[in-house]
Design a protein around this ligand. Structure first.
Ligand SMILES: [Zn+2]
Ligand SMILES: [Zn+2]
Length: 159
């Protein structure tokens, strides 16, 4: 997936947002990873550069950047995740390691038609969630089977 790193801070200025240092760093951190980080993850990273920043500040700015469309946020069983990729895309969640991957390409039109036609609804947006084992976990021998992780699903480790 190609993260939309090209959307620069000029856009941010054009929208009238104050370009504070924490805000710039927060956006950088989220866009630099495809791990769909939590606020806590972003906080840990931002703190390396701004030791006095608070989790509340990071969280508030994440929500604000998401509301302005610079980031996407997604509710997860384990809490809120933030996505630097704001283009429409689906996600694959690995049930073994808990990592969330972007899945490029969607079949929007056919899905919308299939869902909407029989009931007369108008579908404006949809998303598909895939679950399974990622390439890294499939290659890793000795990984406990996915079933042992199902109970802890939503509390991914390492991200
Ligand atoms: Zn995995
Ligand atoms: Zn994503």
């Amino acid at each position: 997936m190609i993260p939309n790193k090209d959307r620069g801070f000029d856009t941010l200025r054009a929208r009238g947002l104050r370009l504070t240092r924490p805000r710039r760093l927060i956006l950088d951190v989220v866009r630099a990873t495809d791990a769909h980080p939590t606020a806590a993850f972003v906080y840990q990273r931002v703190r390396r550069r701004l030791p006095r920043v608070s989790l509340a500040t990071v969280h508030r700015n994440l929500r604000m950047l998401a509301a302005e469309g610079f980031l996407a946020e997604r509710a997860d069983a384990g809490g809120m995740r933030f996505d630097g990729n704001t283009a429409p895309h689906d996600h694959f969640t690995c049930l073994a390691c808990g990592r969330i991957y972007d899945v490029p390409g969607r079949t929007e039109r056919s899905v919308r038609r299939r869902v909407a036609a029989p009931i007369g609804f108008e579908v404006l947006e949809h998303r598909t969630e895939y679950y399974g084992r990622c390439v890294a976990c499939r290659r890793q021998r000795g990984r406990p089977p996915v079933t042992q992780y199902r109970r802890s699903y939503g509390r991914p480790q390492g991200h």
